[in-house]
Design a protein around this ligand. Structure first.
Ligand code: ILE
Length: 475
């Protein structure tokens, strides 16, 4: 069966452009901010071990499934899933995987924009600091040389105490995201990825070399790669590791279906998905190796939580030679990464709205941007005005979570894996086998291994971890 391409369907200009855009989607705050945060809070090595295992056995096979659904359908995420279902003689209700994904990823974008707003604030503050050190003739000074470590650690709480500034930063980021998506697949998303991703890789490698030379590299290696398996059995570690694998690879019925839809027929989805999964996981590990040596070298704790990147790290840059310039470059790096990811999250709903309601891309991007910004206010203000609200006290593990943690936790630990579970069952058992196999571009033992992982390992493992996540007492 040959898929018909809807007229006017956008296309990446080359396979390389697809790889860059998809890697741009995958590599984001998930790698730089969320991975070190989660690894730090979940005991380091054990979390990292399961995260890598889950990427190899669950996330990478699902990544191929999602990109192939998109490439076969060449429609919005929901449209593509329904199309493959119909072509396989199954109910279009299987597109539920993409409905869950659209809701989850749009919700993720609401708080993603808030964190990216913090990044913009730190780009500004480290930028002004760098400017000051250069003006004072001390370009190789530590960051915020005029402040004490306590003073630097207060930058974040001070930002949190200023709702107007928080919301303004969030607004700037959402507007930038809308602007790129409104410009279209080639002129906006691809153009941004082609420029920002190479710049990102150069900066990341430079900062990691700096960390290896000036920081405590040995302590970071031990922390990240010595698994304490007792720790892995504590509630939350397994579901956090799985959630992180989904979050980091932009999986869960969203961005990878959307971007796969713009891939040409001659792109080998199997090898391309492998490249994307490998690049994203490497960046997470390298980011860990850039951040933790710096944290350890100044005797700070790795388990600071979501503020690790914004409180601990700037304080660490304070006492390091060249900290002013590296601190600034680090936040520029995070900004690039955030932008190439947020556009993929917005693209999911924009593509669907344009397809379903025949709206123009510009109008759809603006409308979705306004919705994302408005809902994002709940997360932005959960650090001040709404700090006392507990939206989901009835969900185990989230009794004390405010809006920000609740939306992050529910989406990455529950909704993304749920969408992944439906995807695995759909691709492994329901969708037309011949058609799916042909879309993978795989053959021989690799194809057999992928089919086994997607039909058996993914559904069973994801279901088990979902249940454990919801009922931690079962462990
Ligand atoms: N995968 C990206 C990241 O790691 C985004 C996750 C799209 C929502 O930051």
């Amino acid at each position: 069966m040959i898929a018909t391409t809807p007229p006017g369907q956008a296309r990446w200009s080359s396979r390389a452009a697809f790889v860059l855009a998809a890697t741009g989607s995958a590599v984001g705050l998930g790698n730089l901010w969320r991975f070190p945060t989660e690894a730090g809070m979940n005991g380091g090595g054990a979390f990292v071990f399961f995260y890598i295992l889950f990427v190899a056995l669950i996330a990478a096979p699902l990544l191929l499934s999602e990109t192939l659904i998109g490439r076969h359908g060449q429609r919005s995420t929901i449209g593509s899933a329904a199309y493959l279902a119909r072509q396989s003689g199954a109910s279009p209700a299987w597109s539920a995987l993409a409905v869950v994904g659209l809701i989850a990823n749009t919700l993720i974008l609401t708080f993603y924009g808030v964190v990216a707003g913090w990044v913009i604030y730190f780009v500004g503050s480290t930028g002004m600091d760098l400017f000051g050190t250069i003006a004072a003739g001390q370009p190789l000074a530590g960051a915020y040389a005029d402040s004490t470590v306590e003073g630097i650690s207060l930058l974040m709480p001070n930002l949190f105490a200023n709702p107007g500034l928080l919301v303004a930063m969030q607004a700037v980021f959402v507007v930038l995201t809308v602007w790129i998506v409104a410009r279209g697949v080639k002129g906006g998303i691809e153009a941004a990825a082609v420029w920002l991703m190479p710049a990102f890789f150069i900066l990341l490698i430079a900062i990691t070399i700096y960390a290896a030379i000036t920081g405590d590299f040995g302590a970071a290696l031990t922390f990240l790669f010595t698994p304490d398996f007792e720790r892995a059995l504590q509630p939350g570690v397994l579901s956090s590791a799985l959630g992180q694998a989904f979050f980091s690879l932009s999986l869960g019925g969203g961005a990878m279906i959307a971007y796969g839809a713009y891939a040409s027929r001659d792109t080998n989805m199997g090898s391309t998905s492998g490249v994307i999964a490998f690049a994203d996981t490497s960046v997470a590990i390298i980011a860990g190796l850039a951040i933790f040596p710096i944290v350890f070298s100044v005797g700070l704790q790795p388990d600071a939580g979501p503020t690790l990147m914004f409180q601990t790290l700037p304080a660490a840059f304070h006492s390091m030679p060249g900290g002013a310039i590296v601190g600034f470059l680090f936040f520029v790096l995070a900004f690039f990464a955030a932008l190439t990811s947020s556009v993929s999250l917005l693209e999911i709903s924009v593509a669907w709205v344009t397809e379903k309601f025949r709206m123009t891309r510009v109008n759809a991007a603006v409308m979705m941007g306004v919705i994302v910004f408005a809902v994002g206010l709940l997360s932005a203000l959960s650090f001040n005005i709404l700090a006392d609200q507990r939206p989901i006290p009835f969900v185990p593990g989230f009794e004390n979570a405010g809006w920000f943690d609740a939306i992050d936790g529910i989406t990455s630990r529950l909704l993304l894996p749920l969408s992944g579970l439906i995807t695995a069952i759909f691709i492994g058992w329901v969708a037309d086998r011949k058609l799916v196999n042909a879309e993978t571009g795989l053959s021989g033992p690799v194809l057999v291994a992928w089919r086994f992982l997607i039909a058996w390992v993914c559904p069973l493992a994801v279901a088990a971890i979902l249940v454990i996540g919801l009922f931690p007492s079962l462990l």
